[in-house]
Write a protein that binds this ligand. Structure first.
Ligand code: KG4
Ligand code: ZN
Length: 421
């Protein structure tokens, strides 16, 4: 570790020297641009909360200067799911090269980096610990401030790197580990309007894809469950199979996806029996099953979000002239879900903003950007070695105060559900 950090510290000066053979004009221009660049604030972000080892260097104006990303997905697909000790070992094997890649690609040296941000919560303990130990050691040995990051806050704030989105705004975070409707008031001020009582939508999609044995379909063999279901659903009929709509009668915005998962299991068992399907073979009507499952998951997400919008309006939590819904997390890559949410937003008078798919799934960029937001506002930064050493990972950590009881107290009734196909 120490030798490696020493190596990173030496990266700066040779970059200027290597321009010495080009003509004088370009030489001066490139030096000017390096000097100009170095005036910008830059933050290194490190992410290891689940199964992606990510690192990135981001500038104060949201420019991605360099990124390193290693996805463990293919290995976990072989195991039929994430096995925490395996994920942790893979993070440990890759973290050094991922961070080095991000820094080298950025063209700035470790010396020039202003602060190191690292995901410390929530996530898998064994995964979080790899990133946090690495980030802390790097910060201490390179004498840099350390910025602990909340993974879900980072997902929610990524959009502000790309577009002007002012606080406060409503956020829907849909990923493999979370399903959250949140009000973002400020960097450090978040309220939960709805959360899942069981599975997350990505989890329901991943488990569903495993039950459907989608890995045995060549086009789906190396992609995550959500992507595989989205791909097959394109050719299917979303009304072919009946799924319940969870929680819609309840006067709150709580999510629950496990019932849908069980309905899917029952449908698959019935089809397998009917068509005498055994082993790794795929049921007929797989496209219809995927389309119906995706439709049911989407309908649930859209309905709970519609209720959240009514809650926000009733409590006057957002400025009426600037209703904004930010959607992020891995499941936000899904174009069918995006289209349904876009319909909901246009009917409810909201602006819908989603980061590009690459920035919806886990990555180091979102951590670096969240670090940069904190760095610019000087919030949540640790400068002192003892304070940095004392930082612990937190596998569970609510993003903010839970307003579910207040939502229920209003007895929200929806007169007309927004429809989508
Ligand atoms: O945010 P993320 O990368 O990791 C977590 O923090 O969980 O999200 C991963 C999840 C997986 O469950 C994956 O199946 C889902 O995002 N996902 C998708 C799509 N791409 C990724 N779900 C639906 N449609 C997609 N296109
Ligand atoms: Zn995530």
């Amino acid at each position: 570790m120490a030798a490696y950090i020493g190596h990173l510290c030496k990266l700066t000066l040779p970059r200027i020297r290597c321009h010495s053979r080009i003509d004088t004009y370009n030489h001066i221009r490139s030096i000017t641009s390096i000097v100009h660049q170095s005036k910008k604030q830059v933050v290194l972000g490190i992410e290891t909360s689940c199964d992606d080892t990510g690192a990135a260097v981001v500038s104060e104006d949201g420019e991605i200067l360099g990124e390193g990303l290693y996805s463990q997905q293919k290995i976990h697909l072989l195991h039929g799911g994430i096995i925490p000790p395996v994920a942790s070992r893979l993070h440990a094997e890759r973290i050094e090269s991922v961070v080095t890649t991000a820094i080298e690609r950025s063209g700035v040296s470790l010396d020039e980096i202003d602060a190191i941000a690292t995901t410390v919560k929530p996530g898998l303990s064994l995964s979080l610990s790899v990133g946090i130990n690495y980030g802390k050691k790097l910060a201490i040995s390179a004498n840099k401030p350390f910025i602990p990051i909340h993974h879900m806050e980072a997902h929610a704030l990524t959009i502000r790197m790309i577009e002007k989105v002012e606080f406060p705004f409503l956020v829907l975070l849909i990923s493999g580990g979370h399903s959250l409707l949140v009000l973002a008031r400020n960097l450090d001020d978040w309220c939960i309007i709805g959360k899942s009582v069981d599975d997350a939508p990505g989890e329901a999609l991943d488990k569903g894809a495993r039950r459907l044995k989608l890995r045995n379909i060549p086009e789906c063999s190396s992609v995550c469950g959500g992507q595989a279901i989205e791909y097959l659903a394109r050719e299917g009929n979303p009304r072919a199979f009946d799924f319940p709509t969870p929680m819609w009668k309840y006067r709150d915005c709580t999510f629950s996806f496990s019932g849908l998962k069980f309905t899917l299991k029952r449908i698959v068992e019935k089809l397998e029996e009917e068509y005498e399907i055994e082993g790794g073979r795929i049921i007929p009507q797989i496209e219809d099953v995927c389309a119906s499952y995706q439709y049911a998951i989407t309908k649930h997400i859209v309905r709970q979000t519609q209720k959240a919008m009514v809650y926000v309006e009733t409590r006057e939590l957002l400025p009426k002239e600037n209703y904004t819904l930010v959607v992020s997390g891995g499941v936000a890559c899904n174009q069918y879900i995006r289209r349904a949410l876009s319909l909901l937003c246009s009917e409810m008078g909201y602006r819908l903003v989603c980061p590009p798919p690459k920035l919806c799934t886990d990555n180091g960029i979102m951590i670096a950007w969240n670090g940069m937001e904190r760095w610019k506002t000087k919030t949540g930064i640790l400068y002192n070695k003892d304070d940095i050493e004392a930082v612990k990972f937190q596998p569970k950590c609510p993003i903010g105060e839970d307003l579910t009881d207040d939502v229920r107290s209003l007895g929200i009734k929806i007169k007309r559900w927004v429809k989508f196909r």
